[in-house]
Design a protein around this ligand. Sequence first.
Ligand code: C5P
Length: 221
Amino acid sequence: MSDRSGFNIIAVDGGAATGKSSTSRAIAERLNLMHVDTGAHYRTLTFALLDAGADPEAPDVIPTVLKSLKLDTTIKGRSALLSINGDVPADADIRSPQVNANVSKFAAIESVREFLFNYQRSQAQVARDQAEFSGLIMEGRDIGSIIFPSADFRFFLFADEATRAARRAKDGQTDSIAERDKLDSQRKAAPLVCPEGAIRVDTGPLPLEGVVEHICGIITA
Ligand code: C5P
């Protein structure tokens, strides 16, 4: 997988509010990795599609709308952010109730996933091109199964329902995580699964530092 000696690709998958983002960010910090949140990619694209008047219930017109959107990367600290037509929308915009309600519907559409596939894979080269990073950590739903099936390390995070609901409430977000997980797990295109051979990590009983310690221990062993 690596063409720079010691350059690791780490895939982190899991359902909503299982701790993927906080964990991946902290690991990126510890191990000097470029961090990519593909949930933010789907959210940014959903925001742009809604803005362009697209409707997830009318998928036939989406390929035409997608043609007008140009994807690029902006690096901010250790995070590589998706820009669309030169714009990285504010966090509040991509985490709004409207985006929360539509993101899994757009993410289930084949043309939307195809649109992001090459872009997401290309982030490995973006990370390699930045000499300061010693690898890439990418989080999402299909990273270890579809985007980087031969990643150096693949983790699957999970947690009990009550812990996940409490985490979302703490974030102050209006979000039906159970509904999103159902749509994400049942869709035909790249469903949320624990990739075969991935290391399962239960984030319910452990504090964030404990999860980070556990995963970093495996990577650096
Ligand atoms: O990670 P986050 O909860 O922000 O992801 C938002 C939504 O984006 C998910 O519920 C899912 O529908 C979609 N997604 C996806 N594939 C990924 C990452 C996110 O379908 N790799």
